[in-house]
Every structure is written in C-alpha cells, then in structure tokens.
Write a protein that binds this ligand. Structure first.
Ligand code: PLP
Length: 400
C-alpha cells in the first residue's frame, strides 16, 4: 500500500452498521428468488404519509431547491419548537436541523467530547455513539443493562455511578431504546439527571423513538427538566415517526450559547439539510398525525404477536418491548445447545430457514453476543411467517 493510502489509525477501530450490511444481503437473496423474511434493519414498512410527499413535491415544483441556512429554515425550526413544547420549552434558535438523527449524533458527540474523555454508554447500544466518540479520541465505557426473561431490560443506576471517573464527560441515553425497546421510568430519568448534576456530565439524549411507546407505558422527555440546558444535548428526527428514513431529516437541540459553534461544525459536514425535505418536515409536524397514530397502534399489535409466537421457541428468552420497534431476546440457551456463536446462528437462520435477525454484537458492548435483535416494523403477515420459522428452527436445533 502506498504511504498516501494509509488511513488515520482510528479508521481501523470504527465499525459500520450491520443492519445495512444485511439489508444488502437480503436484497440480493430476494433478487435471486429466495423467500426471506427480514427482521433486520429498523425502518417502518409504512409509506411516508401522502400529505408529506405532496409538500415535498410542491416545494420542488416551486423551485425551493437551493441551499438554506445551515440551522434549517425558520419555518421548520418553529414547527420543531412547537412540537417539542409538549415536552418542554425549546426556542427555534436552540435547534439545528440535520441530515437525519445520525448527523445530529455526530455533531453532538464530536462537538462536546475531548480526547481522553470517557463517555458512558448503556450496553447494548445503537452503534453510532461509540464510533463518533472513538473518532474524536474519547473512550466509550459500556455499562451493562440488566436482563430478565419475560421482563426485558432495565438500566442500573448504581452501575452508572460506579463507572464514573474523573475523566467521565458524558452519558448517552437513548429512550425509547434501540435495540431493547426499554422505556425509562420517570424515577430512572430523575436519577440520571441527578448523576449529571452531581458529576457535571453532558447527557446525550436520543429520543428518535419518542412516538413509539406501547401498552399504556408513559413517555417522559429529558427536555421536561427545567435545567435541561445545563446538561442535555438532544437528538431527534423524522425517519421513524413519519416513516421518512430515506429523506434524511433530523435535528439537534442544545443551549443557545453553543449553537453558533455547532453550526460551524454542521456547515463543514453537510451545509444544510435538503431544502424541499425541510418543507416536507414542516408538513409532517403540522399536518395530519392520523397515519402516525395508526402505525404506532399497528406496531403495538405486532409486538404482542411477535412475543406470543417467540415464547414458544425453546432456548429463546422473549419479552414484550415497551417502546421503539425492537425486541432483543436472549438466545444463549440456543447457542449453548447448538455450539454455535451468534453470527453462525444468524447465518443459519438466514440461509437454512429464510429469516433474518441481527446478531446482538451489532450493538456495541459485551452483552450482544448472547442476543439477537428483531425489528417488528414489518407486516403482520411477515411477523407470523418469520417468527414461526424461528420457532421451527429453535425446535430443530435444540433437538440435536
Ligand atoms: C437510536 C437511533 N438513533 C439514531 C438513528 C438514526 O436515524 P436517522 O435515520 O434519523 O439518521 C437510529 C436509526 O436506526 C437509531 O436507531
């Protein structure tokens, strides 16, 4: 390799998103005529509601296709501020519109972490936070969540407190949680805010699944604390709530004083979010929420059905997730019975049984090696078919 081709060593430490790797594999298998049910990548199977699509078309037809302010058009920041007012007070000049929540995560983590800082992250977690931390020379420190069959996951505040050192700079909270579907209780949130106050921590909050909360569970936002500005850097987006994954629209919220610096980073990364997509975002927030409500109700039914079917699978410890659209069952007994590791199990399910689940190792931390993730943002018909394939596989594999 030419010396010119040698990458920054950190590039060998960061990992990509397994969901996208398997998305490409499944698309290829389907092109080849294979019958595969995918519980892989996390994107709603519903179309983007038509009134949102129409708003984008109108903006295009009116020639709204140029650059916008990096922070996003005022109309959209006002609509976001109004939306967030259900949680707390956020003014339009405390918001930066981004190209998806992922870019917001990048800006937030890159802007606040310094080389050598430690960032506490629940284990398991969405992969991006730790990658950006590593990228800027900070150290991800994983704090294991607790798991119980039929109950699912919870965070352990004491473990977080024990993990704090003088280098700890921040803590990541994704609520509702990808990959486990956990929704924090108000008491757990209070305890996290108390830790932040006591130890002066930045709380990186990702509430991209704020509208996906099921079975009467109550959702509380970190923006509801009067002192959020002193601790919280907040991320949300349009991908999941409005089924707009390919549109690439999200936002970041932080106290006003840091916004100009964050804009300087944002403009270097993406200039602005696509102009006509921002117009569609205004319509999403201010228009009819009927399609979102229907989708969430349907996801709640799917969660129950998936749990019901998977409960029959020997060696798979399923539970009913309270939020997001994922279940992260433990498959350790199945791995022990078969001698497979989780990657081999996932490949076996995909190639021998025609069903894709993601290996838990796609979600950084140590726990994932005994778990798999299923997204139930797929049709009820596929849930029935795919989950039954998993039960069938588990029965056969455990029978030796
Ligand atoms: C927890 C979490 N944060 C952020 C994102 C990124 O979303 P976006 O499509 O808005 O970039 C995802 C997508 O899967 C996610 O699960």
């Amino acid at each position: 390799m030419k010396p010119t081709q040698v990458l920054n060593p950190v590039m060998h430490e960061i990992i990509g998103e397994t969901g996208f790797t398997y998305l490409a594999i499944v698309k290829k298998l389907i092109r080849e005529g294979k019958d595969v049910v995918s519980f892989g990548i996390g994107q709603p199977d519903f179309p983007t509601p038509s009134h949102i699509r129409e708003a984008a078309k109108k903006a295009l037809d009116e020639g709204f296709t140029g650059y916008t302010e990096t922070a996003g058009i005022v109309e959209l920041r006002e609509a976001i501020s109004e939306y967030l007012s259900r949680y707390g007070k956020v003014s339009p000049d405390e918001i930066i519109v981004t190209t998806g929540a992922k870019t917001a995560v990048f800006i937030a983590v890159a802007a606040f972490l310094r080389p050598g800082d430690e960032l506490l992250i629940p284990d398991p977690s969405y992969y991006a936070y730790s990658q950006v931390a590593k990228f800027v020379g900070a150290k991800p420190v994983f704090v294991p969540m607790s798991f119980e069959e039929h109950e699912g996951f919870s965070i352990d505040i004491e473990k977080f407190e024990q993990a704090i050192t003088e280098k700890t700079r921040g803590i990541v909270i994704n609520n509702p949680h990808n990959p486990t579907g956990t929704v924090l209780s108000p008491e757990e949130m209070d305890a996290i805010m108390d830790l932040a106050r006591k130890h002066n921590l930045v709380v990186f909050v990702d509430e991209i699944y704020d509208n996906f909360v099921f079975h009467g569970t109550k959702f509380k936002s970190f923006l509801s604390y009067d002192d959020w500005r002193d601790y919280v850097v907040y991320v949300n987006g349009f991908s999941k709530t409005f089924s707009m994954t390919g549109w690439r629209l999200g936002y970041l919220v932080a106290r006003k004083e840091v916004i100009p610096r964050l804009i300087d980073l944002a403009v270097s990364v993406y200039s602005c979010a696509p102009s006509f997509v921002q117009k569609a975002g205004v319509e999403a927030l201010k228009g009819d929420w009927g399609p979102v409500d229907e989708m969430v109700k349907e996801f709640e039914r799917r969660a129950k059905r998936l749990y019901e079917i998977l409960s029959e699978a020997p060696g798979i410890e399923a539970y009913l997730p309270k939020g997001a659209f994922y279940m992260f069952p433990r498959v350790k007994k199945l791995l022990d019975a078969t001698g497979l590791d989780v990657h081999k199990l996932v490949d076996k399910l995909l190639y021998d049984y025609g069903v894709l689940v993601l290996p838990g190792t796609s979600f950084p931390g140590e726990l994932g090696k005994d778990f798999v993730r299923l997204s139930f943002a797929t049709s009820m018909q596929d849930i029935e078919k795919g989950a039954k394939r998993i039960v069938d596989a588990a029965k056969r594999l455990t029978q030796g």
